[in-house]
Design a protein around this ligand. Structure first.
Ligand SMILES: Nc1ncnc2c1ncn2[C@@H]1O[C@H](COP(=O)(O)OP(=O)(O)O)[C@@H](O)[C@H]1O
Ligand SMILES: [Mg+2]
Length: 239
C-alpha cells in the first residue's frame, strides 16, 4: 500500500487516476513532433498541489511503460521522500556537491518503473544550486537513465528556483488550485516563466470541488477528500 495521496498507484481504476491519464495523454499530444524528456511541474504559490501532482503524473507515465525519474527539486520544502516513504539522507544536493553518484540516489518505487531522487540535505543556497552548471550536467546525465524526467519545484512567485530550471526542461505544467490560486499571481507566474524561455504546455486544475458546477463544466475527475469533506482531491486535465 502506497501513501493515500498516490492515488494512481493505489487505485489505478479510480476516476482520479483516469484524470491523471487524461493529463498524460494531453501532454503527449502536445509533444507530437518533438521528444518530451524533461517535464517541470510548478505553480505560483505554496500548497497548490505541485508535489502531489508531479508524483501522480510520474506514476501514470510509468504505468504507460515508460522509465520515469521523479526529482524533488524543491530544495526548500522537500516532500517526495515523505510521499514515497524514502529516507532523505542522500539526494540531489549530494550529487551536486560531488559526494554521490547517480546510482546511489535513485530510489526504486516497488512494482513500478518509477524512480525517485529526493532532495538530500537542504542547502542554504537552493537557487544557486539549481541554477548551477553542475545541475545542468546532472540533468544531462540523467537523460540516459530514463524516458521521462519529472521535476517537482518550489512556487514561482516566492523564489527564483522554478524559473531557473524552466529553460532546461522541454515543457512546464502549471498547477492551479481551484478556489485558492490567485489569478493575478498565476498570470505573473506565467509571465515570469515565459521570460525564462519556458515552454508552458498547460495547466492542471487541482482541488476541484466535486459539487461545484465547474467540476462538471471542465469534465474533471476527483475523489472525495477525507479531510475536506466535499472538496475533490483529484487532479484535473486542462492542457
Ligand atoms: N490532488 C490531491 N489529492 C490529495 N491531496 C492533495 C491533492 N493536491 C494537494 N493535496 C494536499 O494539499 C497539500 C499541498 O499539496 P502539495 O502537493 O504538497 O502542494 P505544493 O507542492 O504545491 O506545496 C498536501 O497536504 C497535499 O496532500
Ligand atoms: Mg511541494
Amino acid at each position: 500500500m502506497y501513501n493515500e495521496k498516490l492515488v494512481v498507484l493505489n487505485s489505478p481504476k479510480s476516476p482520479a487516476s483516469e484524470g491523471y491519464r487524461t493529463i498524460r495523454s494531453n501532454i503527449q499530444f502536445s509533444f507530437l513532433d518533438s521528444q518530451i524528456k524533461r517535464l517541470m511541474v510548478t505553480s505560483s504559490g505554496p500548497a497548490e498541489g505541485k508535489s502531489v501532482t508531479s508524483a501522480n503524473l510520474a506514476a501514470v507515465f510509468a504505468q504507460s511503460g515508460k522509465k520515469v525519474i521523479l526529482m524533488d527539486c524543491d530544495l526548500r520544502k522537500a516532500s517526495q521522500h515523505k510521499l514515497f516513504g524514502f529516507s532523505n539522507h542522500i539526494g540531489i544536493t549530494n550529487v551536486l556537491l560531488g559526494d554521490a553518484e547517480i546510482e546511489q540516489v535513485l530510489e526504486n518505487v516497488p512494482n513500478t518503473s518509477l524512480q525517485v531522487i529526493t532532495t538530500g540535505p537542504i542547502p542554504p543556497n537552493p537557487a544557486e544550486m539549481l541554477g548551477s552548471k553542475r545541475m545542468q550536467a546532472f540533468l544531462d546525465e540523467l537523460d540516459n537513465y530514463a524516458d521521462i524526467i519529472i521535476l517537482d519545484t518550489p512556487p514561482i512567485i516566492a523564489v527564483t528556483d522554478a524559473s531557473l530550471l524552466a529553460g532546461s526542461v522541454d515543457g512546464v505544467v502549471m498547477v492551479v488550485a481551484s478556489n485558492q490560486t490567485n489569478i493575478d499571481l498565476a498570470q505573473k507566474s506565467k509571465e515570469q516563466l515565459l521570460n525564462a524561455n519556458a515552454n508552458i504546455i498547460g495547466t492542471v486544475l487541482n482541488m476541484v470541488d466535486e459539487d461545484s458546477q465547474d467540476y462538471y463544466y471542465y469534465y474533471y475527475y476527483g475523489e472525495k477528500s477525507k479531510k475536506k469533506g466535499k472538496k475533490s482531491s483529484g487532479a484535473a486535465a486542462s492542457l
